[in-house]
Design a protein around this ligand. Structure first.
Ligand code: GLN
Length: 488
């Protein structure tokens, strides 16, 4: 079967031109062929998926209404709770954890009639930028199997790029949707903090985490947002729809923004690899050709984003991960001497190296005596960064910059050097600190034929405009149509 965008497939399934069962079978045939190489999934649900697909088919045959994702094969990052299968967060500590409820986004996907193919690999507890921190398996980049897919939603991005699903969900705490999307040549959107419910998303940095779609096209991203966005009383940080109404993200998608004003931050971008910088400037030329105005701005505090993020995210993580104690959840050590050993050994055995490093960093930053010097200071820096964005958006519609300073790096290249790994998030992290939305779209390839992403940022709750801006570029280019050789 010819591969389709999620939206095109959905339309054909609804029109009975393609059967959802056939589409789902085609996905599982590809999984048999390519998944042993790519390793995108932690678990798959072939039987349940085919059952759901058959149910959608039969409802369509009877003329009954079906949802917005009728029969479309989708994948979910394995940090979203599902009552079916395990929810592992790619951690040994949760390897056999069965969630008692579905995350809100899962309920929404199911009621939109999506066919859930499986749950994808990730950095353990979403801590990382390469998916190498997974405690369970290795995922590779479909464009070059000696390279990382990015992270932490590396499995979700590789699954879309490798055509092992039509669309997927990732989560983004400091870049984990946008960076793997850019490394794998697909589209990834981190919505505004509060736009998509986090209920049932295993918490990493609660004030930064946000669920969002990874897709092949901007239109598919809009379609996924139509399904997952909105207020959820079960998530106290989700924003009510009177304050911020949820638009139909597809409705005006093809209407370009008149008089588009784009800001760039030249000084900040100058550290990126030359080929990445070149791709950005070529992308800006495309927008200029469409009548956009480009202005140069300064954002004084961006250089401090990584430092502030790694204090705030690790502090929140140390608190969030305290619940894995060998009693409430997951792995428990065998034959502990006493209850202290239940805690210490269960945690020592269950958590990987990076997770332990972050728990220790975060606990240190929160400890009395250091709280003011680190945590409180980082919160102040966060405010300044937020202010930078507010000020910038007074004068422009969006900001454009690279997603990552480099393209996908080699497996093993940075894994022993956490600081270098942390620095690879320089362009994505400030966005989470500010809470604004950001999208990564394919904008070229480097000399090794590795995808390069363009990052576009816009004010809080303006995802509809952000998607339209991204769509303007997509219409003019065909980067999103390129396929990795592995699936040809
Ligand atoms: N790479 C960043 C980190 O390791 C971001 C991860 C994420 O967005 N989940 O924390």
């Amino acid at each position: 079967m010819d591969w389709q965008s999620a939206k095109a497939l959905r339309d054909k399934i609804r029109a009975s031109e393609i059967s959802s069962v056939a589409a789902t079978k085609a996905v599982f045939e590809r999984i048999v062929k390519v998944e042993p190489i790519i390793g995108a999934y932690i678990s798959t649900f072939e039987e349940a998926a085919l059952q759901k697909a058959a149910e959608v088919n039969s409802r369509i045959a009877k003329g009954e209404p079906v949802g917005q994702l009728a029969g479309v094969p989708v994948a979910i990052k394995d940090n979203m709770c599902t009552t079916f299968g395990a929810t592992t967060c790619a951690s040994k500590i949760l390897e056999n954890f069965r969630a008692p409820y579905n995350a809100t986004v899962i309920e929404k996907l199911l009621s939109a009639d999506a066919v859930i193919i499986g749950k994808t690999n990730m950095d353990e507890f979403a801590m990382g930028s390469s998916t190498e921190n997974s405690g369970l398996k290795q995922t590779v980049n479909p464009w070059d199997t000696s390279r990382v897919p990015g992270g932490s939603s590396g499995g979700s991005a590789a699954a879309v790029a490798g055509r092992l699903c039509c669309a997927s969900l990732g989560s983004d705490t400091g870049g984990s949707i946008r960076q793997p999307a850019s490394f794998c040549g697909v589209v990834g959107l981190k919505p505004t903090y509060g736009r998509v419910s986090r209920f049932g998303l295993v918490a990493y940095g609660s004030s930064l985490d946000q669920i969002g779609p990874i897709t092949r096209t901007v239109g598919d991203c809009a379609l996924m947002m139509n399904v997952i966005a909105g207020y959820d009383p079960a998530d106290s940080t989700s924003i009510d729809e009177e304050t911020a109404p949820v638009p139909d993200y597809l409705e005006k998608l093809d209407e370009p923004i008149e008089g588009l004003k784009i800001a760039i931050v030249p000084e900040f971008v100058s550290g990126a690899d030359k080929q990445v910088q070149k791709a950005l400037s070529v992308a800006l030329d495309v927008y200029k050709g469409l009548g956009a105005e480009i202005i140069e701005i300064e954002m004084a505090h961006l250089d401090y984003a990584i430092a502030a993020y790694y204090v705030i995210a690790t502090a929140e993580a140390s608190s969030n991960l305290a619940r894995y104690d060998g009693v409430h959840y997951g792995h428990r050590t065998k034959n502990p001497k006493d209850y202290i050993e239940v805690y210490s050994k269960s945690r020592a055995e269950g958590f990987g190296k990076e997770v332990k490093r972050r728990i220790m960093l975060g606990t240190y930053a929160l400890s009395s005596g250091y709280y003011d010097a680190y945590y409180l200071k980082a919160l102040k820096v966060r405010n300044l960064i937020r202010g930078d964005f507010t000020k910038a958006f007074e004068n422009c519609d969006c900001i454009m910059m690279p997603v990552s300073p480099t393209t996908a790096f080699k497996i093993g290249e940075k894994v022993d050097d956490p600081l270098t790994m942390y620095l690879s998030d320089i362009y994505t992290i400030a966005v989470n600190l500010a809470g604004v939305p950001g999208i990564s779209i394919p904008c070229g390839f480097d000399s090794d034929n590795l995808p390069i992403g363009l990052q576009i940022l816009s004010p809080a709750f303006s995802e509809d405009r952000l998607l339209r801006i991204a769509r303007m570029f997509e219409k003019e280019t065909d980067w999103h149509r390129k396929k990795p050789a592995i699936i040809n």
